[in-house]
Write a protein that binds this ligand. Structure first.
Ligand code: P6P
Length: 330
């Protein structure tokens, strides 16, 4: 019966993955293993993030860590942790990271998947103890197995993603992801070192009370953005802008609302990266019943260019609000 199949809240990520894999007989377990590898790196980064302030206080910054490596900036450290976990896990043949210009070959040349990742978005928030996040996007490779991955593996377009998600290092640490069958949230229990199922089926409200934008750029925004925001204020919506994409996105996912990173004269295609910020968050929001556009166009339908680090404007959140903005952009 439906109840029997429903996965009880409190299940560990491990048990959840195994149960879901059983529902897809053709699944051969590689994607499951890849998600485990990402969760492992998330646990390690979570520990580093929680210690960051202390390591600064204890003067450890600039010293050597346990591997005798120089203490790294946290975003560089996170990058190393995800690369190491994805390399050791064996399922990922290459990584595109916000921290590295080119594709990172892991050496797993028979790995079926590639991962595009922003290891620690919003790292400028670390120094002021604001929540930060990891954003990841997974594709099945299309280049010849047994050889190195190629740019084309990462340039398949947003709808070719087989999975996407984020880890939010906030008041609690959460892993939220989709494999195309809805959005699931797990909360990390530090004392046990486990992610537990806490939000089995996340759906964003059709409309919501929040708009998230940097109003400091007001006079640089296109007219359609200013008129949309003026309407939000006339409706007495609430302005909430953390300045950390994953934190703003995650709050709006639960309260309903819209996050905006518009184009400006200085940033004609905005600031956020298409492959490892806009595409994965857009897949998640569509799976949760929301909408993501770059203005007139739906994010997941925007074709990638050859620039692996290309940027795109982003308007994302509750369907009613985003569609209203999209209509203003047309
Ligand atoms: P601005 C952080 O640098 C980031 O990439 C996102 O996490 C955040 O939403 C945005 O940029 C903030 O940018 O220009 O408003 O400071």
């Amino acid at each position: 019966t439906e109840e029997r199949l429903a996965t009880p809240v409190g299940t560990t990520l491990e048990r959840y993955i195994m149960r879901k894999q059983a529902e897809f007989p053709y699944a051969t377990g590689e994607l499951s293993q890849l998600l485990r590898d990402i969760a492992l790196a998330g646990k390690i980064v979570n520990r580093e993030v929680n210690r960051a302030g202390l390591s600064r206080i204890t003067g450890a910054m600039g010293g050597d860590n346990v591997q005798g490596e120089a203490q790294q900036k946290l975003d560089v450290e996170a990058n190393i942790r995800f690369i190491r976990a994805l390399t050791n896990g064996g399922e990922c043949c290459a990584i595109l990271s916000e921290e590295d210009e080119g594709i990172i070959q892991t050496g797993n040349q028979h790995g079926k998947y590639v991962v595009a990742i922003d290891p620690l978005d919003g790292s400028s928030n670390i120094d002021v103890n604001i929540s930060i996040g990891t954003i990841f996007s997974i594709y099945r490779r299309v280049s010849r197995p047994g050889g190195p991955a190629r740019a084309e593996d990462f340039l398949q377009g947003g709808r070719a993603q087989v999975a996407a998600g984020y880890i939010l290092y906030g008041s609690s640490t959460m892993l939220v992801y989709t494999t195309g069958h809805g959005v699931t949230g797990f909360t990390y229990e530090n004392s046990l070192g486990e992610f537990f199922l806490s939000h089995p089926d996340i759906r964003i409200p059709e409309r919501g009370p929040v708009f998230s934008v940097n109003e400091g750029n007001w006079f640089d925004y296109p007219e359609f953005v200013r008129s949309f925001l003026t309407t939000c204020k006339e409706r007495r919506l609430t302005g909430r802008y953390v300045g950390s994409l994953v934190a703003d996105y995650h709050r709006n996912l639960f309260t309903g609302g819209i996050y905006l990173y518009p184009p400006t004269a200085a940033k004609p295609v905005g600031k956020l990266r298409l492959l490892y910020e806009c595409y994965p968050l857009a897949l998640l929001i569509e799976q949760a019943g929301g909408v993501a556009v770059t203005g007139a166009d739906v994010v997941l339908d925007v074709p990638p260019t050859a620039d692996l680090h290309q940027r795109a404007p982003l308007f994302i959140g509750s369907a009613e609000l985003v569609r209203e903005l999209q209509a203003a952009a047309l």
